[in-house]
Design a protein around this ligand. Structure first.
Ligand code: HEM
Length: 481
């Protein structure tokens, strides 16, 4: 009763407040079960902006996408770092980054992210293409007839190995495929517990997770890193930055590398899965993508020979409008990363027109992109997969409307503003390359005719995983000689 009595009351100028029924947990239970449904119900009750009490936090949701930019540009009053820092250091096991202890470390690391964008991305992209085809050749050169596999496992094997080699190079002594698949198995086990770690469940309660995490961190100890060849400029530069900080122990530096590994494949694997799943599930989409790719090969004078040595440059990847649209469409359907900011001091958030809302220090402001991605006013028939949704007059479509206004933000799988994913161009390229090689070389069809649901346990954290794996089969397409 005391808890109930103590609960917050709405003050003048604040957004509508909904405390929920249960003290402390507030609406968390309902939110966790089906966040989109919960938010849409709250929206009906309170309007586009409201504050809900979720698991001990007051969260103000902004549901009107025409207002997103006013939140995103508020870097001074709305900060994300504290939140990300706390959760990342706990999850990946490195000391919290503070300016006092690690002067400029954060800025230095952010500067490196440029290597994932613009022209430097060409090199990373070429390297990825080589590694993907290396994995494909190893995996498929024996295949002659239909072969059945589980699709998620298939995507995970290929993306993990190709990404790992592209970023971290090769281990010159060990059997590459075997070593990487051992790392991948550990990674998958750790990743399965990732949502619990984020929720602050003590790692001691998560079975072997602590041991597995330690093994993953050990891969990146200096003595191991130094032996690797063909390490990407990106990882090498990051290593050089970390090496400058004597206050970091070997273990801490390795943990930073491990965190980067997670960032680089944790979302890319499920995103590549959904992109492939929807293509195979929709033969007309697969056909259109294949036509575009066959045409590209033809126009660049390349043939699909047995050696898996097709070359597609970054500029050519950019020109693949149909493939790009198909990937965007799957990202629209499977991404659920919550964009979170912490209010630094009491202030009034000014939105378009004369609207302003008072917010309190320590509260959280959140944008949850699925409310936009599944909004029927923005995306007609939002539950349907339409591979050509992002194409207009043969070009990429970027005009989407809400309340008659053109939206600045219409697709947000990668976060926003200061926390926007620095790897997003590389990620989309990787998925394009992965699909390009598969679609060019393989015939594919579903074996099971079930409709996959999403597993909601990663709501707010990024790309959702499927509730279960699904079988499909493939065989090599006839080669062109
Ligand atoms: C951060 C999504 C792939 C590197 C983020 C964030 C999101 C995201 C939503 C921001 C989290 C926040 O708000 O705090 C995705 C998705 C991907 C993807 C959906 C694939 C489809 C990648 C790849 C890399 C990468 C391939 C690197 C090779 C990073 C890093 C950060 C980050 C380093 C942290 C940035 C910081 O320090 O502020 N990603 N990401 N991501 N991502 Fe990605």
């Amino acid at each position: 009763a005391l808890l109930l009595y103590n609960r917050r009351r709405r003050k003048a100028g604040e957004p509508p407040l909904d405390n929920g029924w249960l003290p402390f947990f507030g609406w968390a239970f309902k939110f966790g079960k089906d966040p989109l449904k919960f938010l849409n119900l709250q929206q009906k009750k309170h309007g586009d902006i409201f504050t809900s009490y979720l698991a001990g936090k007051y969260m103000t949701f902004i549901l009107d996408p025409t207002q997103y930019q006013y939140v995103i540009k508020q870097a001074k009053h709305l900060d994300f770092r504290e939140f990300a820092n706390e959760f990342a250091s706990r999850t990946f096991d490195y000391p919290r980054i503070t300016e006092a202890k690690f002067p400029q470390l954060r800025d230095n690391m952010h500067r490196i992210y440029k290597i994932m964008q613009g022209r430097p991305l060409d090199k990373l992209t070429d390297s990825m293409m080589g590694n993907l085809q290396h994995v494909f050749k190893w995996k498929f050169s024996q295949a002659t007839d239909w072969r059945t596999e589980k699709m998620y496992q298939f995507c995970c094997d290929i993306i993990f190995e190709a990404s790992f080699m592209t970023l971290y190079g090769k281990d010159p002594v060990a059997d590459g495929h075997k070593l990487i698949s051992e790392i991948r198995e550990n990674f998958t086990k750790f990743d399965a517990k990732f949502p619990y770690l984020v929720l602050n469940v003590p790692i001691a309660l998560l079975g072997a997770t602590r041991k597995i995490r330690e093994e993953l961190i050990r891969i990146f100890f200096p003595n191991k890193m130094e032996k690797r060849s063909e390490v990407s400029d990106l990882v090498q530069t990051r290593k050089n930055v970390l090496d400058q900080y004597d206050v970091l122990q070997d273990h801490d530096r390795a943990a930073h590398h491990f965190a980067f590994l997670w960032a680089s494949v944790g979302n890319t694997i499920p995103a590549a899965f959904w992109a492939l799943y929807y293509l195979v599930k929709h033969p007309e989409a697969l056909k259109a993508v294949r036509k575009e790719l066959d045409h590209l090969l033809q126009s660049t004078g390349q043939k699909r020979g047995p050696n898996y040595d097709i070359h597609i440059t970054r500029d050519q990847l950019d020109s693949l409008v149909v493939l790009g649209s198909a990937i965007n469409e799957s990202l629209r359907l499977c991404s659920a990363s919550m964009n979170i900011r912490v209010v630094q001091e009491d202030f009034a958030l000014e939105l378009e027109g004369d609207q302003a809302y008072n917010l309190r220090k320590g509260d959280i402001v959140a944008i949850y992109p699925p409310t936009l991605h599944k909004d029927p006013e923005v995306y007609e028939d939002p539950e349907a997969y339409k591979y050509d949704r992002y194409i207009e007059d043969g070009k990429e479509k970027t005009t989407f409307y809400k309340k008659g206004k053109k939206l600045k933000h219409f697709l947000m799988p990668f976060g926003s503003g200061a926390t926007k994913c620095p790897g997003r161009f590389f990620a989309v390229n990787e998925i394009k390359q992965f699909l390009a090689v598969i679609v060019l070389y393989l015939e594919m069809e579903m074996v099971e005719n079930k409709i996959l649901k999403q597993d909601n346990s990663r709501t707010g954290l990024g790309i959702l995983l499927p509730e279960s794996d699904i079988k499909f089969r493939y065989k090599p397409r006839k080669l062109v000689s």
